[in-house]
Design a protein around this ligand. Structure first.
Ligand code: FRU
Length: 492
């Protein structure tokens, strides 16, 4: 059965309370993980875990949208429906340029690789499309990978590995990942396992990714493995995404860091199951995450729709005083939705400074600021403020911590752990802290210094909480530069 979505495809929905103005959301109903991201013939595809019949998680379909700039999205009909092998869980898509699958009569096309979830049984299946992802054929030989002894066996991410001339699949298997290889995307051989002893195990492993990135501007490359870890009641952080840096030879991943090193992609509470686009031009590595947390994802206070994606972010590796780390920058295309610019330079902010930003009220804004540390023990921004509500994004100079405080950010009664302040270690660079913030109708994202420390958080302020302010506590801080842009909606 194909769902009639004609009543969903209108843009007048994008105005209700909490609806993000420049982040991707489905037109209606439930969404979780981003899936099948691939760039092909001028379009970025974004598929996603979708339950089209309600605003809570249910039998999974792959929703579908396309974009030419990663910012403005066109909704397309559902791509994959549950079938006799089960619901369609998370997975990836690749361009089969040389028809290694034999699906394309010697031409090229898209192949999606995903988990079929039939009750407790999880297997891997494939589907293919010869019309730019508009229609999909389910492979009659599904499932293509079965492992009866593994109850958690899901979220295949596939890529072409030039050196070994093979397709590689990385798969989450409970407390580790497994790597498989294939010549035709249909038959898969086991290569290796990684991670039983490494990284964080504060939840089930899900949604892995594996890709190579250069270190800074050098020619030296490293492999980065992303692994999301699910919610566990024992941990207030809920679901999060960790990463590893190391070497990969087509068969085995070797971690550069000791097993007990845990590296987080994002120190906020709401960036989960993120993976990267396949086949992007110029080896650009673009990531997008699901902007929610399994701790409360099903009960956030939205009505028509539930859950958004993070901004798409370009990934890089940088050298820091702690070692090589992953850095994130919002894709440059986001600058195209900037409206007028307001600018300040060389100001001293102190505890009782008058609010110079009272002219900047707004609910969809970008802020770029560079601070030079002085006597203030804490400083930063208050956003989405009113007499009752505010979200703080700031730096604690004493503890050397970046923080988001959503204690009084708005509606939070839906979960006892939602209202909180959380932190991330951040060292000043040449005594300076730079912050880039994106504020939308129900989220804040902060990219600090070179993007090595990132925090993404949902907030649910009232629609009338629109104030913006600077703050400093315990002394002065120098604001070296400040730019503020209001942003256009992407849904016109
Ligand atoms: C991660 C996840 C995946 C699974 C999907 C089901 O959020 O649990 O492991 O494939 O969601 O919707």
């Amino acid at each position: 059965m194909v769902l009639d979505q004609s009543n969903l495809l209108s843009s007048d929905k994008y105005i209700e309370n909490y609806r993000p103005q420049f982040h991707f959301t489905p037109e209606s109903n439930w969404m979780n993980d981003p899936n099948g991201m691939v760039y092909y013939e001028g379009e970025y595809h974004l598929f996603y875990q979708y339950h089209p019949y309600s605003t809570v998680w249910g039998p999974m379909h792959w929703g579908h949208a396309v974009s030419t700039d990663l910012i403005h999205w066109e909704h397309l009909p559902i791509a994959l429906y549950p079938d006799e092998n089960g619901a369609i869980f998370s997975g990836s898509a690749v361009v089969d340029w040389k028809d290694s699958s034999g699906f394309f009569n010697g031409g090229k096309g898209l192949v999606a690789i995903f988990t079929s979830a039939d009750g407790p049984v999880q297997t891997q299946s494939i589907a293919y499309s010869s019309d730019k992802g508009r229609t999909w054929n389910i492979y009659e030989g599904n499932p293509v990978l079965i492992e009866e002894s593994c109850p958690d066996f899901r979220d295949p991410k596939v890529f072409w590995h030039e050196e070994s001339n093979k397709w590689i699949m990385i798969l989450a298997v409970g407390d580790h990942v497994r790597i498989y290889f294939s010549e035709d995307l249909k038959s898969w051989d086991f290569a290796s396992a990684f991670g039983r002893e490494a990284g964080s195990h504060e939840g089930v492993w899900e949604c892995p990714d594996l890709f190579e990135l250069p270190i800074g501007e050098t020619n030296i490359k490293k492999w980065v493995m992303l692994v999301s870890i699910g919610n566990d009641d024992a941990h207030p952080e809920g679901s999060r995404t960790q990463y590893f840096i190391g070497e990969f030879d087509g068969k085995t991943f070797v971690n550069d860091n000791p097993d007990d090193t845990v590296l987080w992609v994002d120190y906020g509470r709401d960036n989960y199951a993120g993976v990267t686009w396949s086949d992007t031009l110029e080896e650009r590595r673009v990531f997008i995450g699901w902007m929610s947390n399994w701790k409360y994802a099903n009960i956030t206070p939205t009505k028509e729709w539930r859950s958004a994606m993070t901004l798409p972010r370009e990934l890089s590796l940088i050298s820091t005083w702690e070692g090589i780390r992953l850095a994130q920058t919002p894709v440059k295309e986001i600058e195209n939705i900037r409206k007028e610019k307001r600018e300040w330079k060389d100001l001293i902010i102190h505890t009782n400074s008058e609010n110079i930003l009272s002219i900047c009220t707004g609910k969809e804004i970008e802020i770029l600021a560079e601070f030079e540390l002085d006597s203030a023990t804490e400083f930063g921004f208050e956003v989405r403020t009113s007499n009752e509500e505010k979200t703080l994004i700031g730096y604690d100079a004493t503890k050397q911590e970046l923080f988001i405080d959503r204690e009084h950010s708005g509606e939070s009664s839906f979960h006892p752990l939602f209202a909180c302040r959380h932190t991330a270690r951040l060292q000043p660079e040449r005594n300076r802290i730079s912050l880039r913030l994106f504020v939308d109708w129900s989220s804040v994202e902060v990219f600090a210094n070179r993007g090595e420390t990132v925090m993404t958080d949902l907030i649910f302020p009232s629609g009338t909480s629109e104030g913006v302010a600077l703050f400093a506590i315990g002394g002065d801080v120098k604001l070296v530069s400040l730019e503020i842009y209001h942003l256009n909606t992407i849904w016109k």
